[in-house]
Design a protein around this ligand. Structure first.
Ligand code: NAD
Length: 500
């Protein structure tokens, strides 16, 4: 049995997609592992008038993919209570507080509360305000606010939202979710760097030529089109997830592996993130939008054909670009990043490309015969692990070299055991550990960075949209972006024998 946690969860948006697909299964896994046992309760709120019984059915259905006995599921679901609640109505908070108090006594929850904002960001500020004004926040236990993305639409709106929330919660009570930070291999970036002398010693601009971060998705926008149309890939992926991964790769070793020390280093390195001028943004970033395609006889619709998307939409479903950290460690090393929908394969990975040796003493054909690049790859999804590409002698006569891949992947069984990101983040919040959540200082800097690019893009209408076919690896301009610097994308699943 694990050390049991004690808390009341109040989930705003308890009938929504996120609650059903992620939160209930994650809470259940914490229950199965004993982190949640007798002393927890969940209040799900949404506008609809549901009964507790009906809510239990919803919770039970959300667990259908998990291995569990009926008794276990029923015992877990019995901790769930439904409260019909309009978050804009102050009186409803009074009723909510009555139920919260009752559950607090019944389950001996020590006034510990976790408020989860699983609903539209338009309501985040209102909820935070009412939690304070209607005195839902407790005096004795902890009060922690978990808040979903998107956190703002640009720097200004993010700042306003932050001010609204900070009027009720202190920074150390706010847990801003970036679910990428809950992924096993993203966390493993720190283990690889700070647990291995041979890696950390080379982790700088003397040895590393460039770093490539790829978050490619095979799916299109699907049912998120309405939201996506107002956001685009830059806001949806680059400003948050990609920037966070880049930050973990770039930060200095923290004094200790505590939340405070890591945060300190993340904020410090983000201060050195180069904010492009508009002219640089035009050169350093490319955008794309997927068009239709027929793959294996199946027609995939283009982005502009999706429901809730304008037929002349200029929303980007693809971004590739160059980030730079201007400090001693990284000056001169580009961090190339890319993300997109409807790409050839779903993959999240980081490729760290090392500099070439000064010369190739094995060259056989011509003077510009180059050795293969040494590449350290961190695989985040769909498999977890890492690989190192080195050069070795080709078997047989002569002295030609060939790249050899040293590869470590978690076995399917181990990966199955790796806690899903939301489960890990919920447990972190229960433990009061904010290492894997984003601090306002980080967000404000990445918004400033993204804003310049968004502004430049807003000024011009892309004439070539859609500019990449579903199932490709994005627009030609993304290849040119690296070619211009004499480089190429390491990961290309459209080529023969891709490594995934
Ligand atoms: P959803 O539309 O499925 O659910 C919204 C919930 O809010 C519903 O329960 C609805 O009843 C409730 N609601 C709406 N107006 C209300 C009001 N005035 N008072 C009370 N309740 C009200 O949305 P979702 O997909 O679950 O997303 C929730 C949040 O999580 C959003 O911020 C979204 O961006 C974020 N998010 C979702 C996912 C996902 O996989 N669904 C992933 C990442 C982030």
């Amino acid at each position: 049995m694990q050390n049991e946690k004690v808390a009341l969860f109040i989930i705003f948006g308890g009938s929504g997609d996120l609650a059903r697909r992620k939160l209930y299964p994650s809470l259940f896994r914490l229950y199965q592992k004993g982190y949640l046992d007798q002393h927890f309760a969940v209040i799900g709120t949404a506008r609809r008038p549901w009964t507790d019984d009906y809510y239990h059915q919803i919770v039970t259905e959300s667990l259908s993919d998990l291995q569990a006995t009926d008794e276990q599921v029923a015992a877990f679901a019995s901790h769930f209570y439904y409260q019909s609640h309009d978050v804009t109505n102050a009186e409803h908070y009074v009723v909510l507080e009555e139920l919260a108090k009752k559950l607090d006594q019944k389950y001996e929850l020590q006034d510990n509360r976790i408020y989860y904002m699983a609903m539209s960001p338009n309501f985040f500020g209102t909820i935070a305000k009412h939690l304070k004004s209607e005195q839902i926040l407790t005096e004795d236990g902890f009060n922690r606010l978990i808040i979903e993305k998107p956190f703002g639409h640009d720097y200004q709106s993010a700042k306003e939202l932050n001010e609204q929330i900070r009027a009720s919660f202190a920074e150390d009570q706010i847990y801003r979710i970036d679910h990428y930070l809950g992924k096993e291999m993203v966390q493993n970036i720190s283990a690889i760097r700070f647990g291995n002398n041979i890696i950390e010693s080379l982790w700088n601009n003397r040895y590393i030529d460039n770093i490539q971060i790829t978050l490619s998705e095979a799916l299109g926008v699907e049912e998120r089109a309405g939201y996506y149309e107002t956001a685009g890939a830059m806001r949806d992926m680059v400003q948050n997830h990609i920037s966070q991964i880049a930050t973990l790769l770039a930060m200095e070793p923290p004094v200790s592996f505590s939340a405070t020390d890591i945060r300190h280093e993340k904020i410090k390195v983000l201060r050195s993130l180069h904010i492009d001028t508009p002219e640089e943004a035009r050169r350093n970033f490319v955008r794309g939008q997927y068009g239709p395609a027929t793959i294996d006889g199946t027609r995939l619709e283009g982005y502009r054909e999706a429901e809730q998307v304008a037929s002349d939409s200029k929303t980007e479903t693809y971004v590739a670009g160059k980030m730079e950290f201007e400090n001693y460690r990284w000056a001169g090393v580009p961090f190339y990043v890319r993300t997109g929908k409807r790409l050839a394969k779903k993959a999240t990975r980081v490729d760290i490309v090392f500099k070439q040796l000064p010369m190739n003493i094995f060259k056989t054909v011509s003077d510009d015969d180059k050795l293969g690049d040494n590449v350290l790859t961190i695989y985040v999804e769909p498999t977890e692990g890492f690989g190192l590409r080195v050069n070795a002698k080709r078997l047989g006569q002569g002295f030609e070299t060939r790249p050899v891949d040293l590869d470590f992947r978690h076995s399917a069984a181990a990966a199955g055991n790796s806690p899903e990101a939301y489960e890990r983040l919920l447990l972190d919040a229960l433990n009061g550990d904010s290492t894997n959540f984003t601090h306002w200082d980080e967000l404000s800097q990445t918004w400033k960075f993204a804003d310049v690019i968004e502004q430049v893009w807003a000024e011009t209408t892309p004439t070539d949209f859609p500019n990449y076919a579903s199932g490709s690896m994005g627009p030609e301009a993304a290849t040119e972006l690296l070619a211009r610097d004499g480089r190429h994308w390491i990961y290309d699943p459209t080529q023969a024998l891709p490594k995934e």
